[in-house]
Design a protein around this ligand. Structure first.
Ligand code: NDP
Length: 479
């Protein structure tokens, strides 16, 4: 038993994570992969890592000191279950199995329960940062028991990204909490990317600037409150020239955005929790819309407003777009944190929202200075019901709302789709409204389904006898 930690699954993520682990003081890493070639290749390519290769699950288990700790990095879904089944056979009570793949959190809840019944600990850990993050330091969102965190915490802290001196890992909560938070992270990432894409599109079509010129604008924005990895890489992508055609690469890439499903999970989960994550939903739907070329070809016969879109004052418009982007981003994050709060209540997790925002400051795709402001907001008020109402964000929304409205109006008049900008603004106006037309919806529900309603002026539940004499009666609550 020479190794203190093992990795199962040595494709790009697993091998990089194994190298990251091996590079840290005090770690000896056992490695195993279903097909032997990947193991041989990794061990040969990195003699400096001192890997302990295993070629069967028995050998893998024998090479680990107790409590045995293994991180699984295989294809999410069936393959993860297959590996867990094998590890459970060779591990003992007290050992720890970590799933570092992109599991859907209900699967993690199910697996944790099944593995716990054997006395072995199971930890679903969301790992963000792609290949580079796995190698150099990802943001890690582990769930699982407190007992497993005692052993696992120091190991994960040693390999996580560091932001302002703090490792980007914290024990999120029990069973599926880590994968839940990773899911919402990805949903927020979808929204952030879509908002940036809408900002680019509006500037390009409104001002006629080239992608390279817009890259400079994003690089400038990256020095201010929008500073983030996604803004930084946007400038890089926009500046790239295609070697074959000499055109900006962004003009050569087919305009169909793919998705691996985590955005859809975030939205599906939000729908069942009753949380309006409209920014994330619109971002997910925007990718779906882009990926139906046959529909888009047919729909191109539909008319637009028939006017050219050219703004009078390019600089003023660009500043408006910047403010609209920041305001919409605040709403998207506010909605995402709302989903985590609701998920924690539903699944009985204690999740420190401020700690979540802190571990997203480094390693992951949505890393940004901005997350410090979220941490501040929750430090001031841990039970904050709407993140966007914290003083810093409320002030930014107050300053930005006029520009935000101008941008949404301009986009609408020009016939430029801006679903994330406009749905975020609609959410803002909805959540702050004194009174909503939901009253009428409830009246309609009472009319056709006797679903009853509450009154603003007295306690109780009421129903109007719509098909009778239309008097109001007290009723059982069937909301
Ligand atoms: P893949 O998702 O491509 O998975 C390939 C690995 O899974 C190989 O090691 C393969 O073994 C193994 N595997 C597949 N089926 C089985 C099985 N039935 N039994 C045992 N092993 C099996 O690898 P990645 O490195 O891209 O990702 C690993 C995990 O990390 C995934 O869950 C992914 O979602 C997640 N992730 C990926 C990120 C990324 O940027 N790529 C970012 C964050 C998380 P073999 O060599 O024998 O085929």
């Amino acid at each position: 038993a020479a190794a203190n930690i093992g990795v199962v699954g040595l494709a790009v993520m697993g091998s990089n994570l194994a190298r990251n682990l091996a590079s840290r003081e005090g770690n000896t890493v056992a490695v195993y992969n279903r097909s032997r070639t990947k193991t041989d290749e990794l061990v040969q390519a990195h003699p400096e890592a001192g890997f302990v290769p295993a070629f069967s699950y028995e050998e893998f288990a024998a090479s680990l000191s107790k409590p045995r700790t293994a991180i699984i990095m295989v294809k999410a879904g069936g393959p993860t279950d297959a590996v867990i089944d094998e590890l459970v056979k060779v591990f003992e009570p007290g050992d720890i199995i970590v799933d570092g793949g992109n599991a859907y959190f209900p699967d993690t809840i199910r697996r944790e329960k099944a593995v716990r019944d054997t006395g072995i600990n199971f930890v679903g850990a969301g790992i963000s940062g792609g290949e580079e993050g796995a190698l150099l330091g990802p943001s890690i969102m582990p769930g699982g028991s407190d007992e497993s965190w005692t052993t696992l915490g120091p190991i994960l802290k040693s390999i996580a990204a560091v932001a302002e001196g703090e490792p980007c890992v914290t024990h999120i909560g029990h069973n599926g909490a880590g994968h839940f938070v990773k899911m919402v992270h990805n949903g927020i990432e979808y929204a952030d990317m879509q908002l940036i894409a809408e900002a680019y599109d509006l500037i390009r079509r409104g001002t006629g600037k080239t992608p390279a010129e817009i890259a400079d604008i994003f690089a400038e924005w990256n020095k201010g409150e929008l500073e983030s990895y996604l803004i930084e890489i946007t400038a890089e992508v926009l500046r790239q020239i295609d070697a074959e055609t000499g055109k900006p690469l962004v003009d050569v890439i087919l305009d169909q955005a793919g998705a691996k499903g985590t955005g859809a999970w975030t939205v599906q989960t939000a729908l069942s929790l009753g949380v309006p994550v409209s920014g994330i939903a619109e971002a997910t739907f925007a990718r779906s819309l882009s990926s139906h070329p046959e529909q888009r070809a047919v729909a191109s016969i539909l008319p637009g407003p028939g006017t050219d879109f050219a703004v009078d004052d390019a600089d003023a418009f660009i500043e408006d777009v910047r403010q609209a982007l920041f305001a919409s981003k605040i709403i998207a994050y506010s909605q995402g944190f709302d989903e985590i709060r609701a998920g924690a209540a539903e699944y009985d997790w204690t999740i420190d929202l401020g700690a979540v925002s802190k571990i997203w400051r480094g390693g992951c795709i949505i890393r940004a200075q901005f997350l410090n402001r979220i941490a501040d907001a929750y430090a001031e008020q841990p039970e904050l019901p709407v993140l966007a109402t914290s003083p810093y964000f409320a002030d930014a929304l107050t300053r930005g709302q006029a520009a935000w409205r101008r941008v949404v109006i301009a986009a609408t008049q020009a016939g430029i789709p801006s679903p994330a900008f406009s749905s975020s603004l609609a959410y803002y106006d909805g959540i702050r409204a004194d009174r909503l037309p939901a009253a009428l919806v409830q009246g309609q529900r009472d009319f056709f389904g006797a679903h009853t309603y509450k009154r603003i002026d007295k306690e109780g539940t009421f129903h109007t006898l719509w098909s009778g004499d239309r008097t109001e009666i007290e009723a059982e609550d069937t909301h």
